[in-house]
Write a protein that binds this ligand. Structure first.
Ligand code: PEP
Ligand code: MG
Length: 572
């Protein structure tokens, strides 16, 4: 009989496939005194050989997909496997201390890890993570654990995991990924955003999915309702197959709007632009007829690399995006690292509340060399298209002024070196912290544009972690407080003749769009697959009617009232 479970629907579409369950593995081992050192040494050697061939395989794949420099990290790890001091210490533990191979490996490697971590040298501290990786890999072989890893997926599958991080997605062969289910997360956790960008149906916050679903189970997920069907019966499968076909037909009909302008029934024009995470996303952006890029999340460039991307590597990425988009605007957001976005090669201090910590522009201003490298790459690339620069997580006017003056200084330095760049580059900010939304009037005098980042603005306004499914009920885009903030940002900007976009997920929510149009939003930035359905919806709305709708919504008291009101007024 079909078993069902539920989660939060975050990416539309229906997917059918075998479950690929990614679980944290248990690496605990028994400690025992061995009387047979020869057997333990032979077990150790086999595990070391297996680990080495794993590394060679991964290295080959990385080299093929990402180039030599990223593949080089695996040379360091292979060298660790041949480190004579380490190997002698492990052997001594087995022969003299009668440790099992597992315990000998663990004790010897842990000593090295502690030593490296305590060193004052950043390079050495980073080597500790190589030793940790190696220890884990060899232990997996000693314990004969077959770990299901995202990078090993080689046939069509629906991934079931506790969470899926952006770096795991980067390692997956996406042609095989037909859907995602995760135990944790909410509508705007980065796994959800990625799923929408990849046009992969997804459900997050499906608690216990990794225990309820077995590796290899046939499952169906409905990314519009949040339903998961485990080992479905024939009738269920047929019903969902029908819905799948209807959705595919609807998608095909939107395609007629690809090269049409985005305007309402009463001829009010807006811009519908795309959010991207990497230059590869451009194909999709062009395929779905975006009128520009409203948010290029550059931190993925840093996350998908094994080292800080050089100025040259960044320049190439930015230039490619700008050239591909021709004279259409491309808003590049400067590095937004921190929160749930981490860099393996640049360990940041552990923070109790990373979303309230050293993130985004705060990080950039504290690491000026990293920031200046990015700005130089951007300025050089500006000669190739219509670049606009945007700073994330601005909380104070001083932060904006400091970041902007770095751009000005780097322009001067390029000028002195006779390097070309575009003189007029608009500089804007993301409005994602309530202090900035409240003070929009003052900001509007200094910035060229605003882009409202509702993913963070909602979490900070309602004090509800966007990643935490336990408080997902408080994560309310339709909360009147959010609407009032959006209105005051739009009004403040228009007063100064500046424009306002929105690049948070709310901008592609079909229920929110009538309201946002009525509040006066000028630009809607979203995952590329949402562009055409949104263009289709706007075509059927009148701006003047939506202004009345928005004014009425602003008088309501709860998110539920607002949502019900819109649904009643607009047939969606
Ligand atoms: C936002 O906060 O709305 C946003 C677009 O940025 P991110 O989701 O990358 O934090
Ligand atoms: Mg944000």
């Amino acid at each position: 009989m079909t078993q069902t479970m539920h989660g939060i629907a975050v990416s539309r579409g229906i997917a059918f496939g075998k479950a690929y369950v990614i679980k944290d593995v248990d690496l605990t081992f028994d400690t025992y005194a061995t009387s047979d050192a020869t057997t333990e040494l032979a077990r150790l050697q086999t595990a070391l050989d297996q680990a080495e061939s794993d590394l060679e395989r991964i290295q080959e794949k990385v080299e093929h997909e990402q180039g030599m420099s990223n593949a080089a990290i695996f040379d360091t790890q292979i060298l660790v496997l041949h480190d004579p001091d380490l190997m002698n210490t492990i052997k001594k533990h087995i022969e003299a201390d009668t440790y099992s191979a597992e315990q000998a490996l663990y004790e010897a490697t842990s000593t090295y890890i502690t030593l490296l971590e305590e060193m004052d040298d950043e390079y050495m501290q980073e080597r500790a993570s190589d030793f940790k990786d190696i220890m884990r890999r060899v232990l997996l072989h000693l314990l004969d654990i077959d770990e299901s890893l995202p990078q090993n997926i080689s046939e069509n599958a629906i991934i079931v995991a506790d969470d899926i991080t952006p770096s795991e997605t980067a390692q997956m062969d996406l042609q095989f990924v037909k859907g995602f289910i995760t135990n944790t997360g909410g509508k705007t956790s980065h796994s959800a955003i990625m799923a929408r960008t990849l046009e992969v149906p997804a459900i997050v916050g499906a608690k216990n999915s990794t225990t309820n679903i077995a590796h290899g189970d046939f499952i169906i997920i409905d990314g519009s309702t949040g339903e998961v069907f485990i080992q479905p019966d024939r009738a269920t499968e047929e019903k969902l197959m029908k819905q799948y076909k209807i959705y595919e037909e609807e998608k095909a009909s939107w395609h007629a709007l690809k090269d049409k302008p985005s305007q309402t029934k009463d001829n009010h024009a807006v811009d519908i632009v795309a959010n991207i995470g990497s230059p590869q996303d451009i194909n999709q952006v062009l395929h779905h007829g975006a009128e520009g890029i409203g948010l290029y999340r550059t931190e993925f460039l840093y996350m998908e690399s094994y080292h800080l991307p050089t100025e040259e590597e960044q320049f190439e990425a930015y230039r490619y995006v700008l050239e591909q988009m021709g004279d259409k605007p491309v808003i590049v957001r400067t590095i937004d690292i921190g929160g749930d976005k981490k860099l393996s090669y640049l360990p940041l201090p552990e923070e109790k509340n990373p979303f309230l910590g050293l993130r985004a522009v705060r990080f950039a201003l504290q690491q000026p060399e990293i920031f200046r490298t990015q700005i130089r790459a951007l300025l050089r690339a500006s000669a190739y298209g219509n670049l606009k620069i945007m700073f994330p997580m601005i909380a104070t006017l001083e932060e904006f002024q400091q970041a902007k003056s770095i751009v000005e200084e780097e322009k001067q330095s390029l000028k002195q070196h006779d390097i070309t760049y575009r003189e007029k580059i608009d500089i804007g900010i993301m409005v994602e912290i309530p202090s900035t939304a409240i003070l929009a009037k003052q900001f509007a005098k200094e910035v060229d544009f605003f882009s409202i980042g509702t993913n963070d603005l909602i979490q900070y306004t309602l004090a509800a972690d966007r990643m935490n499914e336990n408080v997902a009920y408080l994560y309310q885009p339709f909360h009147p407080a959010i609407l009032h903030l959006v209105k005051s940002v739009v009004d403040a900007a228009h007063e100064e003749n500046k424009w306002v976009g929105m690049c948070g997920e709310m901008a592609s929510d079909l229920t929110a769009i009538p309201l946002l149009l009525g509040l006066g939003l000028d630009e809607f930035s979203m995952n590329a697959p949402s562009i055409l359905p949104v263009r289709h919806l706007l075509k059927n709305l009148r701006k003047t009617d939506m202004e009345q709708l928005a004014n009425a919504a602003l008088t309501l008291s709860t998110a539920a009232e607002v949502e019900q009101f819109i649904r009643r007024e607009i047939e969606l």
